[in-house]
Design a binder for this molecule. Structure first.
Ligand code: CA
Length: 421
C-alpha cells in the first residue's frame, strides 16, 4: 500500500504477513462509531466503474473487467476477521525468522549474488535487507505458486472497494491502478496464466507491490522490456530497492542494532522518537550489542523497547523508518531488520522476550486506549492497535503513577489503568 500517499497506511500487505494475521489489521481499521453499512456489491459495481473511468481507465476496460464480477467471500473474511487475536510481537517475529527461512535466504543470496551486486551498485540498498523483504513478503516467491493464497487482483480490490466505507476510497484507487495496468498493458500477462494476481489485499509479486506502487516504482532490471515483479526476481528485487531508495534509504547505513541497557535504566528514555548520537547513548549506559557492525559515534539513533523493559532493546537508525514505509507494523519492520541480520550471519538476540506474558485481546487494547484517552492522554484512536502514539500515552501514564515508563501494554498494566481513578 502506498505509504507515500497515505502515511498512516502500510506500503504493502504481504502474503505471509496475511498468513501471520498481523499486517492486515492495518487494513481493517476498527471504526469507533457504528459505521455505514458496506454497499451491496451489485449496486456498488457501477460506482467502481465510475471511479475507475474518472481515473483514466477506458470505459471498455472497466466494463469488461467488472461485468459479472462477484464479491470474493474469502477476501471479505480475511479483511473482516482480523484483530480479535493479537499475537505477541515475538510470536510474529519468530514465525517469520525460522532456521529454514534463514537457510533459504542464504541460498537465495548465493544464487542471486550477481544480480544483487548490480542492484547494490545502482540503488545502494544492502542485499541482506532486500532478501529479507523478499523472504517476509512471499517466502522468496514460494507462495506465489500457491493457488489458495494468490488471487485475482481486480476481484479482490473490487470486493474491498465495496466494503468498509471508511477504507473503500483507498481500495478503489488501487483498483483503478490495477485496471490501468491492464488497460495500458503494463504487466507481462502472457507470462501470467492466472492474470493479474496478488494477495487478498491486492499486493502483487515477489515483494508484494500494491498496483499504484507498481506503477510508480517497479523497474525493468533484467532488460527484457517489461517490469515483471511476478516472475522476474531481478525486476522484483530492483523494484523494491528503487522503492526503498525513493523513500529515503541511506546507502551504507544499517537499520540499527539490538542494544544492551544498564541496570535501573530509565525506560522513559526509550521513547522511540528522540535521536541521540551513539556517544550520547553510551554516556547513558546504552550500547549496541558487542560484535555487531556499528556506525561511528556521531551517528544518531532512537531507542525502542518493543516489549517493555523486560524485553530486548533496539537502537534504530533512520533507515528503520524506511522499512516502516513498507508496512507500518513495528513487528513487521523488526522482522525484516532482524532477518537481514541473520542472513548476514549474525547470531540472534542477546536478550529474550518476556514470554510469560498473556497477550492482550484487541478489546483489551481498545479498553486501554479508551481509558488513556479519557485521562487526557491521546492514543491516536481507539482501534486496538498499539502504535507510537499509544505507546507515548502509556509512557505518560506509567510515569504519572510511578511505574517504569516503557510504553508496553501488558495485562498488569491494563489492571493498573482500570484500578486507577
Ligand atoms: Ca523485466
Amino acid at each position: 500500500m502506498p505509504a507515500h500517499d497515505a502515511p498512516k497506511q502500510p506500503a504493502r500487505i504481504g502474503i505471509l504477513a496475511m498468513a501471520c494475521a498481523l499486517a492486515p489489521t492495518l487494513a481493517a481499521a476498527a471504526p469507533d462509531a457504528a459505521p455505514p453499512a458496506p454497499q451491496a456489491f451489485e449496486t456498488c459495481r457501477a460506482d467502481l466503474i465510475a471511479w475507475a473511468t474518472a481515473r483514466a481507465v477506458p470505459q471498455s476496460v472497466a466494463d469488461a473487467q467488472l461485468a459479472g464480477l462477484t464479491a470474493d467471500p474469502d477476501v471479505l473474511a480475511a479483511s473482516g476477521s482480523q484483530g480479535e487475536f493479537v499475537r505477541p510481537i515475538w510470536d510474529y517475529i519468530e514465525a517469520s525468522i525460522t532456521p529454514s527461512r534463514i537457510a533459504a535466504g542464504q541460498r537465495k543470496l548465493a544464487e542471486n549474488a550477481e544480480t544483487l551486486s548490480a542492484i547494490e551498485a545502482r540503488y545502494g540498498i544492502d542485499r541482506h535487507i532486500l532478501v529479507a523483504f523478499w523472504g517476509v513478503e512471499s517466502n522468496y516467491g514460494a507462495v506465489l505458486d500457491n493457488p489458495a493464497i494468490v488471487k485475482p487482483v481486480v476481484r479482490s480490490l473490487a470486493t474491498l472497494g465495496c466494503g468498509d466505507p471508511a477504507r473503500a476510497p483507498y481500495w478503489r484507487d488501487e483498483l483503478a491502478a490495477a485496471l490501468q495496468i491492464l488497460a495500458w498493458n503494463q504487466a507481462p500477462l502472457e507470462r501470467m496464466p492466472g492474470g493479474l494476481t496478488g494477495s487478498w489485499a491486492g499486493a502483487m509479486g515477489h515483494t508484494q507491490f500494491m498496483p499504484s506502487v507498481y506503477q510508480r516504482y517497479a523497474v525493468d532490471f533484467d532488460g527484457d522490456g517489461t517490469r515483471d515483479i511476478w516472475t522476474s526476481v531481478p525486476d522484483a528485487l530492483a523494484s523494491t530497492a528503487n522503492y526503498l531508495r525513493a523513500q529515503g534509504w541511506k546507502p551504507g547505513e544499517g537499520w540499527g542494532a539490538e542494544a544492551v541497557l544498564p541496570e535501573n535504566f530509565d525506560a522513559a528514555l526509550a521513547d522511540e522518537t528522540t535521536p541521540r548520537s551513539l556517544a550520547a547513548w553510551r554516556a547513558l549506559g546504552v550500547s549496541p550489542v558487542p560484535g555487531r557492525p556499528v556506525p561511528d559515534e556521531t551517528a544518531e539513533a532512537t531507542l525502542i523497547l518493543p516489549a517493555g523493559i523486560r524485553g530486548p532493546a533496539f537502537l534504530l537508525r533512520p533507515n528503520f523508518a524506511v522499512i516502516l514505509r513498507y508496512n507500518t507494523a513495528l513487528a513487521y519492520a523488526l522482522t525484516v531488520a532482524l532477518l537481514s541480520d541473520r542472513l548476514r550471519g549474525d547470531p540472534g538476540l542477546v536478550r529474550d522476550w518476556p514470554r510469560g506474558d498473556r497477550p492482550l485481546t484487541a478489546d483489551e487494547r481498545r479498553d486501554i486506549q479508551y481509558r488513556l484517552t479519557a485521562r487526557g492522554l491521546p492514543t491516536g484512536g481507539v482501534d486496538g492497535k498499539i502504535g507510537p502514539k499509544t505507546r507515548a500515552a502509556l509512557r505518560a501514564f506509567q510515569g504519572a503513577v510511578g511505574l517504569p515508563a516503557d510504553g508496553y501494554a501488558d495485562a498488569a498494566l491494563l489492571d493498573r489503568i482500570r484500578a486507577t481513578p
